[in-house]
Design a protein around this ligand. Structure first.
Ligand code: 6R9
Length: 572
């Protein structure tokens, strides 16, 4: 498939010369940005908040918060006050100490951000949870990490099986009319009464910061631990990938239950001293476009599933809003279909910059930069300082255009440091103590751009041909009838596997045999005969994670009538 690269559209980016920087850059240079480089005193919350509160950024807005009921703003000075108070709340009302685990289980609100950064100031390891988690998911995570405290709301309390969590000593409740005792503390009341003077806990660069649980295809979710030092890469990528500047108004749409909502919803932007919007509540095209218009968002980080939903809402609604403030639009979480990039060019007049990374990598790894042309459908090139390659199962690099394991040379700054209490699992990610195996399958072209194909276990082998499900899904999405598509390999006695597509239709389209035939022809003509799905099944909605990933393993389990495995991260 011939793909026209979208050219660079603007002259000046902070990353000016990709090739030269990729050749010469040393992480040591990025470390010099931080006060600890000179003082030796490290804490993520100091670098993200206190440092700015002591500078001329004191009165700059750090956080705009808005949901259906609240509309507030907090300067870096305010953020220092509230996070110091939160840290004092923990100090007064619990036995939390450095290295202990505190979980946060609540919808987005300013208090969530105070609670999280306050805990970081204590040297506590924070475990953020999606508010939609049900009891089983909450239990697994709190038990595995031996959590000592949790910040939650009265509404969610019923999903925390307190009697089965012996280590959980303190429950901070964010809400009204809280009945208090030794275990249950009224967080808002305590916050109001707490002193705003807190001696921050200095930690080691390699001390634990955040614990994100992520599900594999089998087994229990694993706790991925990141350390304070991750700031080096989170900050640097804000500059080079997000191209963030002092006067930007930045909006990351991700929930902090997902790594994107912490690395780039909390740490990254505030390390860079950025004004950041947090929009609470549920997705709605009107509310989202209105937020861009009202806050004059300049840099916007979202996900393909959200872009596809906006696309599905139609162009009529786009025209109601002024979106001209947008300067830089980025995407993460799933492959970014060329169709979506085309739509972005039409409605925002902007290229959407794809970024690839994982919970385990802690920060962006393979990205499209302002200073480089974008090849729609490609994830882009490695962050300067990061070495990515396609390797075979023995850890040997393969030639361009050969599909293989997407791997990263061990040792980038924001790399996970542990799988909680599971050294064996941690080690299983690495080969020859040299390469980190992402579990994604991809190829590299002769310009050094990487092209995602699917999770290694999603790649389809049909009549001896390897087919990446993403390519087929992208082609399916170009068909006017199709809103969402998920593609799997279905075992077949003759062909090894055949391609089966699950599709959800746009409004105004009905399932029919003619439509199946039409879609098959569409993929055959547009992509390749062997890539056309032999079976197509219509669904109202596809199973997705809360971060918007189509759960191909669930489609596969449905198809084969197998158990679906851990579903705790699936959206409602
Ligand atoms: C940040 C995040 C990681 C997995 C990853 C890959 C998929 C993420 C992608 C992408 C294609 C991109 N993924 N970004 N696939 N193109 N730009 O998403 O972390 O939730 O741990 O997921 O997501 O399969 O391996 P996480």
């Amino acid at each position: 498939m011939k793909i026209e690269a979208l050219p660079v559209v603007q002259e000046e980016y902070q990353l000016k010369d990709y090739d030269a920087t990729a050749r010469d850059f040393q992480w040591e240079e990025a470390e010099k940005t931080f006060t600890w480089y000179e003082t030796g005193k490290v804490n993520m919350a100091y670098e993200a908040i206190d440092r700015h509160a002591k500078s001329d950024k004191k009165d700059k807005v750090a956080l705009y918060y808005q949901d259906a009921d609240r509309k507030e703003s907090y300067t870096f000075g305010d953020m220092k006050t509230w996070t110091d108070k939160a840290a004092n709340v923990y100090k007064e009302h619990s036995n939390l100490a450095k290295g202990d685990r505190l979980f946060i289980f609540m919808p987005r609100s300013p208090e969530l951000y105070f609670a999280l950064l306050g805990a970081v100031k204590m040297g506590t390891i924070v475990g953020p949870l999606f508010e939609a988690f049900m009891e089983g998911a909450v239990y697994d995570r709190l038990l595995d990490s031996e959590a000592k405290a949790i910040v939650t709301t009265p509404d969610l309390l019923g999903r925390i099986p307190l009697d089965r969590l012996p280590d959980l000593e303190t429950v901070f409740l964010v809400g009204d009319n809280i009945k208090e005792d030794d275990k249950f503390i009224d967080f808002n009341k305590a916050l109001k009464n707490a002193s705003d003077a807190f001696e921050i806990e200095w930690v080691d660069k390699e001390d634990g910061l955040i614990l994100h649980y992520t599900s594999g295809s089998t087994g229990k979710p694993k706790g991925i631990l990141h350390v304070h030092y991750a700031m080096v890469q989170q900050y640097q990528s804000m500059k080079w990938v997000m191209d963030i500047r002092d006067d930007d108004i930045y909006w990351c749409t991700a929930d902090p239950g997902w790594v994107t909502g912490t690395s780039y919803g909390i740490f990254g932007p505030w390390l860079a001293g950025t004004t950041s919007l947090i929009l609470g509540g549920r997705f709605s095209p009107d509310a989202w476009y209105k937020a861009i218009e009202e806050y004059k968002i300049t840099v916007w980080y979202s996900a393909p599933t959200a872009f596809r939903m906006l696309m599905g809402a139609g162009d009529g609604i786009v025209k109601k809003y002024d979106l001209t403030s947008l300067r830089h639009v980025l995407s993460v979480g799933e492959p970014l279909n060329p169709e979506v990039i085309k739509w972005g060019m039409q409605v925002f007049n902007k290229r959407i910059h794809d970024t690839w990374w994982m919970t385990e990598t802690g920060a962006q790894m393979i990205c499209n930069y302002g200073c480089l042309p974008i090849k729609p459908g490609s994830m882009g090139k490695p962050l300067p300082g990061v070495k990515a390659a396609i390797i075979d199962n023995n850890g040997v690099e393969v030639p361009p255009f050969t599909m293989g394991n997407l791997a990263i040379k061990k040792g980038w700054p924001s790399m996970m440091r542990q799988v909680w209490k599971n050294q064996e699992k941690f080690e299983s990610y690495f080969i020859n103590d040299e390469w980190y195996f992402s579990g994604d399958s991809a190829y590299m072209d002769d310009d050094g751009y990487f092209w995602f194909q699917g999770r290694v276990d999603d790649v389809i082998m049909t009549s001896g041909e390897r087919v990446g499900p993403f390519e087929v899904e992208s082609k399916l999405l170009e068909h006017p009838a199709i809103l969402e598509a998920g593609v799997i390999g279905k075992p077949d006695p003759v062909r090894g596997e055949i391609i089966k597509a699950f599709v959800a239709l746009n409004e105004g389209y009905e399932p029919s045999d003619e439509l199946i035939e039409e879609i098959q022809q569409f993929v055959k003509k547009g992509l390749a005969a062997h890539a056309a799905p032999r079976e197509i099944e219509f669904k109202d909605k596809l199973p997705k994670t809360r971060s918007g990933k189509i759960m191909r393993r669930v489609l596969k389990a449905w198809e084969l009538q197998l158990p679906t495995g851990d579903l705790s991260t699936m959206e409602d």
